[in-house]
Design a protein around this ligand. Structure first.
Ligand SMILES: Nc1ncnc2c1ncn2[C@@H]1O[C@@H]2COP(=O)(O)O[C@H]2[C@H]1O
Length: 372
């Protein structure tokens, strides 16, 4: 692996290098076609404008021949990705038929920042990394590491925009490529809708303030809207917890042993322990009004933000930042519970704890170990 050196080369150098490599090693037709196509496209398209998706784009089903065994492997990889969670059986089969297997060697550039997007990729085997060269800078920065089961290349297709990052193979890779029109016809509607729906809300969530726009957008992929009437117990003390909740609309309160310990409003969250471990629910959370919440399932969250490599990588940083912060907050909550319990022995009228206030207080010196 040669780190970011290749990426500091000019786009022309990278193309030449890719061309030289393609002569010396066997490649799938798609990988070759793709390089040719991206070259032609970069001449044909002089500018890329944002596009309004009407949901009525014409789409012709693509079929790439493959055996049943291969189809099963593709289904298994696709079903692991949260971008595919909402496709029905028929849509999944359409994607499975259209998907093309592509191979890249260690160091190959799979996606070039600034070029138009043709495919969305899912890693079957191997690892890749995303690098961004910021405007005015010549040095690319590594922003993400991918391993098998993970996906990339969705942004250019979702927004009809140039590639936002360069993605290169950090080992030999086998990828499943979903072509632009299949992606747009099937996956785009739900993904883009979800990212747009949660974009402004997630910016308001204090817990997520330290994340960048792309990290917040990918959190939107794992959020599910849930609706509750007033006086509904969303989680019950002592019960099993596997979801984390963000309040989008409405108010709720948490009680432990019948005593109100928290009050929640828009932007607040609860059930965070479930993201970290299997501990039983520490409180009962009851809606005070009608509530709309965005929930995150622990397995999906971990699948999306799991550690992918031993060094300091972006997905790990997201988890670290998010979970590290959660740990701080949980520790402060615990201290607050203890304080309140001590106070309530003296005065029964202590005010419920506010999560926003907890975040404003200085962090406690917790040991920020990472949770896989
Ligand atoms: N911080 C980031 N900003 C933008 N794209 C990123 C980032 N990290 C990873 N990527 C991925 O890199 C891909 C490059 O191609 P796309 O722009 O189509 O989609 C992009 C994302 O899938």
């Amino acid at each position: 692996m040669n780190g970011g050196r290749d990426l500091a080369l000019s786009a022309a150098d990278v193309k030449l290098k890719a061309k030289a490599k393609s002569i010396s090693m066997p490649r799938s037709n798609l990988a070759l076609k793709q390089r040719e196509r991206s070259k032609t496209l970069s001449f044909r398209r002089t500018g890329v404008s944002a596009e309004v998706f009407t949901g009525k784009e014409k789409f012709e089903k693509k079929v790439v021949e493959k055996d049943e065994d291969t189809k099963m492997r593709i289904r298994a990889v696709l079903q692991k990705s949260c971008l595919f969670q909402h496709v029905d059986q028929e849509q999944l089969e359409t994607i499975v038929e259209a998907v093309e297997e592509v191979h890249f060697n260690e160091g190959d550039v799979i996606i070039n920042q600034g070029e138009p997007g043709d495919n969305f990729y899912c890693i079957e085997m191997g690892a890749a990394e995303a690098w961004i060269t910021k405007p005015g800078s010549k040095r690319p920065e590594k922003v993400k590491q991918y391993s098998s089961g993970e996906t990339f290349g969705e942004l250019a297709l979702l927004h009809n925009a140039p590639r936002a990052a360069t993605v290169k193979a950090s080992t030999d890779c086998v990828l499943w490529a979903v072509d632009r029109s299949t992606f747009r016809a099937i996956i785009m509607t739900t993904t883009r809708h979800k990212r747009e729906m949660y974009e402004s809300f997630l910016k308001e969530v204090p817990l997520l303030k330290s994340l960048n726009n792309y990290e917040r957008a990918t959190i939107a992929d794992v959020l599910e809207p849930e609706y509750f009437g007033a006086q509904h117990n969303i989680v019950v003390e002592g019960g099993k917890g596997d979801k984390f909740y963000l309040i989008e609309e409405g108010e709720a309160e948490a009680r432990t042993q019948g005593k109100v310990v928290m009050h929640y409003k828009r932007g607040d969250y609860f059930g965070e322990l479930a993201l970290l471990n299997d501990a039983p629910r520490a409180a009962t959370v009851t809606t005070l009004t009608k509530c709309k919440v965005a929930s995150v399932n622990r397995d999906q969250f971990k699948a999306k933000f799991r550690f992918t490599a031993p060094d300091g990588l972006q997905s790990r940083i997201v988890v670290q930042r998010l979970l590290g912060k959660l740990e701080d907050i949980m520790q402060r909550k615990k201290e607050n519970y203890e304080k309140m319990n001590a106070e309530s022995a003296v005065s029964p009228a202590s005010a419920p704890f506010s999560p926003a206030a907890a975040e404003e207080s200085p962090p406690s010196p917790t040991n920020k170990t990472l949770h896989a």
